[in-house]
Write a protein that binds this ligand. Structure first.
Ligand code: IMP
Length: 446
């Protein structure tokens, strides 16, 4: 069994918790794109883990984790996280953590270039995480990137750093910053590569063998569908493909071996950084945005940037369901809406008075569309920690059913709090056994 888990919106849907919860069902958890721009929070009892590069499965001692070829890896950030996890009592060793020889490395000059690129864009900046993600993928596509396997040869590493830095420094200097020095970068990176060496693996072969041995593999997407470089709100996107197709390329797994796709959908929407956000709570709704931000702790788990908050956008989520082929949905953060008297859901878009059915390709169009809302009654009572669908207030059940109908995908799991056990497990008729036993009645029957 190979399952992909992907956020359906602009990220931060609560993938970390869901992956952590489902990890028990799997033998291997692999990431296939992105780098340390991600920030997953996982809460286990009174312990909190923040994961950026490592798959959430790392917290489970008996799981093997893979960083796939589609990722960009900053060796410094990698070992900072490994050391942090080790200090929190997690055993990390090359037997249970494999890094693709084909993944690309993020170098210090990529971070400098991320800064200059944002500065150059001024008011039109992307609002990146400034981790060097975009410039590293640019080098990959420009065929000058440094892969993990290249770096294993000290001579190649030194030569590539020198060659790439020559060009990077031209831009860095143009923006009034100090040029970086190749020898300093080499001296910083080379020892980290030596430390990385035992973790390096031909991960697609490893995953292929694991599949043949009937191991269960969970492919964990970072960022989310609407941040996909092809399908997201371009250019306000990340530089990789979080969508389901990206999982095949970025983990090196044949598409037809992927057995299912689970979408993570939050009961409202958020976005960090710039870019169109049709259902954003602004102007008269700013107070509502503050309430959601406080209740949902909507601040970047790594950067602490406040997230922009908005109503559930069914048009965007239908688009995500169609693109990824969601077989089921994990609906997160239901409890965050407990205090609301009324809840709006965007069910369609209008441009100049005309209804449009599809998600526009052009970001500008998205910034001028008018969301068409339906307003549902809030339940105004506490759902924190509810574990049975039948115990939810009727209006909360109605809201969940409404979202499921709007998106056209069955909901298999509902999260009612950040802890593992604050979860309602529903039957998944598409793929029995995805979720934990015992299986509760489906939404439709309750
Ligand atoms: P980058 O990935 O750092 O290049 O940033 C590009 C865009 O993706 C920016 O709007 C970021 O805020 C957003 N982004 C990157 N990673 C995440 C994430 O893990 N969650 C939410 N947004 C993200």
């Amino acid at each position: 069994m190979i399952i992909v888990i992907i956020g359906a919106q602009w990220g931060d849907e609560g993938k970390g918790k869901v992956v952590d919860l489902l990890a028990d069902r799997f033998d291997i958890v692999a990431r296939y794109q992105g780098g340390h721009n991600a920030g997953h929070s996982v809460y286990v009892g009174d312990r909190a883990f923040v994961l950026r590069l490592l798959p959430s499965g790392i917290i489970h001692a008996d799981k093997t984790c893979v960083l796939g070829n589609g990722m960009v890896i900053d060796p410094k950030a990698f070992f900072e996280e490994v050391d942090q996890m080790t200090a929190q009592g997690i055993d990390i060793n090359p037997d249970r953590l494999k890094v693709s020889a084909r993944a690309h490395l993020i170098m210090p000059y990529h971070q400098a270039l991320d800064h200059t690129s944002e500065e150059r864009l001024g008011n039109e900046k992307i609002g990146t995480t400034l981790r060097g993600i975009g410039p590293a993928y640019e080098d990959k596509a420009g065929r000058r990137g440094i892969r993990v396997s290249d770096a294993l040869s000290a001579e190649t590493l030194r030569m590539r750093i020198e060659r790439n830095l020559e060009e990077a420094n031209r831009i860095i200097v143009l923006y009034g910053q100090q040029p970086l020095r190749a020898d300093e970068i080499y001296n910083e990176i080379a020892p980290l590569i030596e430390r990385l060496r035992p973790f390096v693996c031909e991960t697609s072969h490893f995953l292929s063998e694991a599949r043949k041995a009937k191991k269960k593999i969970l492919l964990e997407g970072a960022q989310a569908t609407l941040l996909d470089v092809d399908h997201g709100t371009y250019p306000y996107v990340t530089s990789s493909n979080p969508t389901a197709g990206g999982a095949s390329v970025g983990a090196g797994i044949p598409p037809h071996h992927i057995t299912g796709v689970l979408g993570i959908v939050r009961t409202y929407a958020t976005r960090v950084g710039e870019g169109p956000f049709p259902t954003e709570m602004i102007d008269a709704e700013e107070e509502m945005a503050d309430l959601i931000r406080q209740r949902g702790n909507e601040y970047g788990s790594v950067t602490r940037r406040p997230r922009r908050c908005g109503w559930f956008d069914a048009v965007a989520t239908r688009y995500a369901a169609e693109l990824n082929g969601f077989d089921s949905i994990a609906l997160t953060k239901l409890d965050v809406l407990d205090a609301l008297k009324e809840i709006k859901v965007c069910t369609g878009y209008e441009v100049e008075g005309k209804r449009i059915e599809t998600f526009p390709a052009v970001s500008h169009d998205l910034s001028i569309i008018k969301p068409v809302y339906e307003t549902l009654a809030g339940w105004e009572s506490d759902t924190v920690g509810v574990t049975e669908f039948g115990r939810l207030p009727q209006k909360a059940k109605d809201y969940v059913r409404f979202l499921s109908d709007q998106v056209g995908v069955e909901i298999g799991l509902i999260s009612t709090g950040p802890e593992r056990d604050q979860t309602i497990i529903l039957r998944d008729s598409v793929m029995e056994g995805w979720f934990l036993d015992p299986i509760a009645p489906a939404v439709a029957e309750s």
